[in-house]
Design a protein around this ligand. Structure first.
Ligand code: NAD
Length: 314
């Protein structure tokens, strides 16, 4: 899910960051499991970003999708992204080349077998995720940590599809992955402290700030973000203001980097609706009911940037 950057950590981001690190360190074990080889399942929007930051951090990464054209497309996105970093002098050509050299492509999930960590980033469909986790459990060595980048599906439900629920965890990267600093780490009801510590360590090695929470509908990020997006859509539906005014008020007035309607278009209105449904069904409160305009736009195929039409035209 798209989120906000470190500027939102308060008036002094570095002090806030160090307070957060100290908090995390209290729960850290001295000897975390050493992660060297990572597999990323799914080469889409999130999967290729996760592959890029993991490879840039020095991990050997196998990026896996169901068809060669999807992994090729994912790799082309990574090449473009690294090219931009080099042209802005934020990465040397040598480091970009070394990052690419650490990435292998595959269409065979059996290539996860010897990895220390698998990060799953396939579409947000419960049955797909549970069947993939059951398969990973049978393919991977016993020590492998199985992480999901799900935005809203219960980590405990995913973990129950395996015989290693202590090694299953949520590793929720934000979009766009190379830019956004946060990884929301979600502990299922059986996730071990060792698994949590290993994933925090790996996230930090990838240059991220990892913050933990417990499994609950929408976790922290989407439980707070999506009702705000939904409220902006209700505000539009009720004719309170035009989209540009709603977004401008939230950007200028609240110092948000992007307005809620533009952000909904970026995330995808189908995804926002899906998460609102998870909150509504999971928390059983009327305040989480998805806005009728959101439902209508999804039915009309106006999903935001990915279809060229949402609250704005692209
Ligand atoms: P996407 O559609 O861009 O990519 C998903 C990829 O998974 C596709 O390339 C698809 O071919 C591949 N895939 C499907 N089945 C597979 C299988 N069995 N094995 C391997 N690959 C398979 O989706 P995305 O936006 O990258 O989202 C992926 C996950 O990340 C979802 O759970 C989503 O909720 C979560 N997420 C998305 C965002 C966001 O803003 N898009 C942010 C945070 C988390």
């Amino acid at each position: 899910m798209v989120g906000f950057g470190p500027a939102d950590l308060g008036s002094n981001p570095s002090r806030a960051t160090s307070r957060i690190r100290n908090f995390i360190n209290r729960f850290r074990f001295e000897d975390t499991m050493a992660i060297q080889n990572i597999a990323v399942l799914g080469a889409g929007q999130m999967g290729n970003g996760i592959t890029q930051v993991a490879a840039a951090a020095g991990y050997n990464v196998t990026m896996i999708d169901i068809q060669q054209e999807y992994v090729d497309k994912g790799l082309a996105t990574i090449e473009r992204s690294l090219g931009k970093l080099v042209s802005k002098e934020r990465m040397s050509q040598e480091d970009a080349d070394a990052t690419l050299a650490r990435i292998s492509l595959s269409t065979d999930r059996a290539d996860c077998a010897d990895c220390d960590l698998v990060v799953e980033a396939v579409p947000e469909i419960v049955d797909l995720k549970t069947s993939i986790f059951a398969e990973l459990d049978s393919i991977c060595k016993p020590e492998t940590i199985l992480a999901s980048n799900t935005s809203s599906i219960s980590i405990s439900t995913i973990a129950d599809a395996t015989n290693r629920p202590d090694k299953v965890i949520g590793m929720h990267f934000m979009n766009p992955v190379p830019i956004m600093k946060l990884v929301e780490v979600i502990n299922g009801d059986k996730t071990s402290t060792e698994t949590n510590a290993a994933v925090i360590e790996a996230s930090e090695k990838m240059g991220k700030i990892a913050l933990s929470c417990n499994d609950s509908p929408g976790f922290v990020s989407n439980r707070i973000l999506c009702p705000m997006l939904n409220e902006a859509i209700l505000t539009l539906q009720e004719g309170v203001a035009e989209p540009e005014a709603i977004d401008g008020i939230m950007k200028l007035g609240m110092n948000h980097p992007i307005g809620p309607l533009a952000l909904s278009d970026l995330i995808g209105l189908d995804t926002v609706l899906h998460i609102m449904n998870v909150l509504y069904e999971g928390l059983k409160q009327e305040k989480y009911a998805p806005a009728p305009l959101l439902i209508q736009m999804v039915e009309e195929g106006k999903l935001g940037r990915k279809t060229g039409q949402g609250f704005y035209s692209y």
